[in-house]
Ligand binder design. Sequence first.
Ligand code: FAD
Length: 395
Amino acid sequence: MDFNFNPEDEAFRQQFRQWLDANLPENERIEPLDLVFEESEESWPRRLEWHRKLHAGGWVGINWPKEYGGRNATVLQQIIYEQELQRAHAPALISVGTLMVGPTLIRWGTEEQKQRYIPKILSGEEIWCQGYSEPNSGSDLASLQTRAVEEGDYFVVNGSKIWTSDARHADMCILLVRTDSNAPKHKGISYLLVDMHSPGVTVRPLVQMTGASGFNQIFFEDVKVPKANLVGEKNRGWEVALTTLMYERSGIGLQRDFVALARDLASLARMVTRNGRPAWEDDAVRQRIAQFACEAAAIKYVALRQLTRQLRGEQPGSENSSTKLFATELTVRMYAYAWELLGPYAPIVHDTPHAIDRGKWSYRMLAARSLTIGGGTSEIQRNILGDRVLGLPRG
Ligand SMILES: Cc1cc2nc3c(=O)[nH]c(=O)nc-3n(C[C@H](O)[C@H](O)[C@H](O)COP(=O)(O)OP(=O)(O)OC[C@H]3O[C@@H](n4cnc5c(N)ncnc54)[C@H](O)[C@@H]3O)c2cc1C
């Protein structure tokens, strides 16, 4: 592993850092590590404005080809981009369109679809959501039941999607539908681009245990979708869906600095008391936090090994599942320990009187569980590790 960036990459870092310093005023920066707060509805206008500012500066979709408005950024430059956004405490990105839909359309879309949708994804004029999961199809996504039937120039869609992030703000949805109920389950699925303002689309927000409502359930009742909005071939949408998932997984928060999170936990231990003294003075507390920091460092190096493989053009190894599993489970354990340190103060709602450290730990604790579910649950990651890495027999 070589931990140094070459001069070209360092120049890229400086260029972006200078742009951020000039374009992100102090009062628009968020609390470090608090991207979880950014899911709240109140933060949406700020995120949208930030997206548009990034776009005006040419800093959206940096990994896209230049001909589609990107910068052809390398994997390392994408990492530098993430690092600099974190360093600057920038608001969370609006990512379904740029991370998943754009690259999928570049790979599979018709020329008309590319012309029609791609510029507005970059500019943030059209917001996208991902209609994959259903009430009875999550981990086993290919069992999905939302149906689309051909009628003249349209598909007519009926069914429901759930856990759809940002659907309330979305203008468009990438939608997986069943177009052949008799075919084996992976072979009867099609991939549609659906206008969320179409008659028959209803979006119902779902309140999470944090009180935020970033998720939604979408209902489709006789929604007419032009056939021109089919991506790839009819009944072969699973291949297109996998492309989207590949881009989604490549972007799931493993760039996050878990060592910094352990450091933040250490600051909390200095704020709260145990037996009348700062908790940090208790050996057992320090040992526990040091243990978290060691695990966080181990995750960081496994993720770097994964990156090295990627840079060498090798197939991703088991590291993808192991970093996702261990990083998200470690996060939950760190937040649970913060609760232990906070004792009776733990449940106090964030940003209210008497809350310690703005009450951010209670919010984080409630929000963190979702990390172990989205992008493939911990159980599914364990199945992958058991099956493909350890070669265990299937039960
Ligand atoms: C933060 C977040 C954002 C999301 N955003 C979106 C979005 O924008 N669009 C979208 O379509 N979906 C989204 N989802 C949904 C997500 O993809 C699903 O929650 C996930 O795939 C799990 O599906 P499920 O919730 O239906 O759980 P299920 O699949 O029903 O699983 C229930 C439980 O059973 C376990 N389980 C299931 N199958 C197995 C198995 N084979 N072996 C062992 N255990 C098993 C699971 O691990 C879990 O504990 C989001 C989820 C989260 C948390």
